[in-house]
Design a protein around this ligand. Structure first.
Ligand code: SF4
Length: 237
């Protein structure tokens, strides 16, 4: 067995559990902040340690990361320490003022905005908040116009199965070509599929569309290139 210590490359950091949404599939059961969340100074210490360990990329998420009052200072320190920054958000708070702040972050690499439907009916129902669909789209258009590599993250379930290709077409029609599919663990509230057939094969060549599984869930999504464009059942990894 090798004694080599693996190189730390990527870290996901939940800045807060506080969230303004109550999504059906939320794996963190986000809403209220934890009573023992790290303070700003502690986060700074964590960032410095990550940089010393050679970490290349830090993804900040939540909860909703923009609800952490010091999100910008933390984001700037990540960049100043030479690490790339990724942000995952529900998009609700992204307006021009935040976009202007984001523009000053020199190592901001990608921003993912949650989008679970091609219509307000589906997205807002899954996300538990009226107008969240329109806010997510506004966020994506603003980020695109500002020149960021912005994309959608879609949590796939039977509730939005029939919308997947519509979501993709809606985004591609607006020059957003980064679309990530995520499969949360199924639950009573969130009846997940999934074998996703023909997704990658059917995407236009300019679309980047990774399919991921939310760790530490023990399910995987099978993507194949069969002719059938359907999502049928879960497969356990
Ligand atoms: S926006 Fe994210 S953190 Fe907030 S409830 Fe939804 S899935 Fe959970």
């Amino acid at each position: 067995m090798s004694n080599q210590i693996p190189q730390l490359q990527f870290v996901n950091m939940e800045l807060t559990l506080k969230c303004n949404f109550r999504c059906l599939h939320c794996g963190s059961t986000a809403g209220k902040p934890r009573s023992n969340e790290l303070k700003f100074d502690e986060w700074i210490s964590v960032m410095k340690q990550l940089a010393e360990l050679g970490c290349r990329e830090v993804c900040i998420l939540g909860g909703e990361p923009f609800l952490m009052p010091e999100w910008f200072a933390i984001a700037r320190i990540i960049c100043d320490l030479g690490m790339n920054l990724v942000i995952i958000t529900n998009g609700w708070f992204i307006e021009q003022q935040i976009v202007d702040q984001l523009k000053t972050l020199k190592r901001l690499d990608r921003i993912g905005v949650s989008l679970d439907g091609a219509t307000p009916e589906v997205h807002d129902k899954i996300r538990g908040r009226r107008s969240s669909f329109q806010k997510a789209l506004n966020a994506l258009w603003l980020l695109r116009d500002a020149g960021f590599e912005a994309g959608a993250i879609t949590s796939v379930s039977k509730l939005n199965l029939s919308e997947l290709f519509k979501i993709r077409d809606l985004l591609v029609g607006q020059n957003i070509t980064l679309i990530s599919l995520v499969c949360p663990a199924p639950s009573e509230k969130y009846p997940s599929p999934c074998v996703i057939s023909n997704w990658s094969a059917s995407c236009p060549a300019n679309v980047t569309s990774p399919v991921a599984v939310c760790p530490p869930m023990f399910f995987s999504v099978n993507v194949n290139s069969s002719e059938q464009s359907s999502i049928s059942s879960w497969s356990k990894s």
